[in-house]
Ligand binder design. Structure first.
Ligand code: ZN
Length: 188
């Protein structure tokens, strides 16, 4: 799947929004990706997951791990295509943890799957959590990589869409200066 094909799915499902948004990273932006709006359609979720799976190297993974909530659906779909299990990490008192009886065995190799990577913070936290359990974060994948930096993880990141849309710190945002009302989108 090409970047244009992916963007077409995101646009037609309303998952790509334009305006003035407060991102979960605290930065402001004129663009927001709400991938849940595309993933609500199982056939679109499958297409996106297939696109990710096709971009993966021929590596054997023991499982897929995603940060909740945004990464769960796409992680599950990718895992289904790879024929492995899908688990997710969630925040408890602000700290990424494995709950619900999910466990990781020593030396298991994982694909870390996110919907949108902005700063890579959640992905990094999941990688650290995995390592603390003896697992190996081998590769990361996402639908949209909107990071402004080139390399923020210690492992390669596969993405269906690579966009370098500008994100602004709150005190230095042209949209704020123009008085455009800011929207805090629903939790990712
Ligand atoms: Zn702003």
């Amino acid at each position: 799947m090409t970047q244009e094909e992916t963007l077409a799915i995101l646009r037609e499902t309303g998952a790509l929004l334009e305006g003035h948004f407060l991102l979960s990273s605290g930065l402001h932006s004129g663009f927001y990706f709400q991938c849940a709006l595309a993933l609500q359609y199982p056939e679109k979720a499958e297409l996106l997951a297939r696109g990710i799976a096709e971009k993966l190297p021929p590596t054997k993974f023991d499982g897929v791990i995603s940060p909740a909530i945004g990464g769960i659906v796409i992680g599950q779909e990718v895992a289904r295509l790879l024929g492995v299990r899908a688990i997710f990490a969630e925040r408890e008192d602000g700290k990424m943890t494995l709950r619900r009886g999910f466990s990781v065995k020593d030396g298991e190799r994982f694909l870390v799957v996110e919907d949108v990577v902005t700063t890579g913070k959640s992905t990094k936290e999941v990688m650290e959590l995995l390592k603390s359990k003896g697992g190996i974060p081998f590769l990361a994948a996402c639908i949209v990589n909107r990071s402004s930096e080139e390399n923020y993880l210690d492992i390669p990141l596969v993405s269906l869409v690579r966009v370098q849309v500008k994100n602004y710190p709150p005190g230095n945002c042209p949209l704020c200066e123009r008085g455009v009302p800011i929207i805090k989108p629903g939790s990712r």
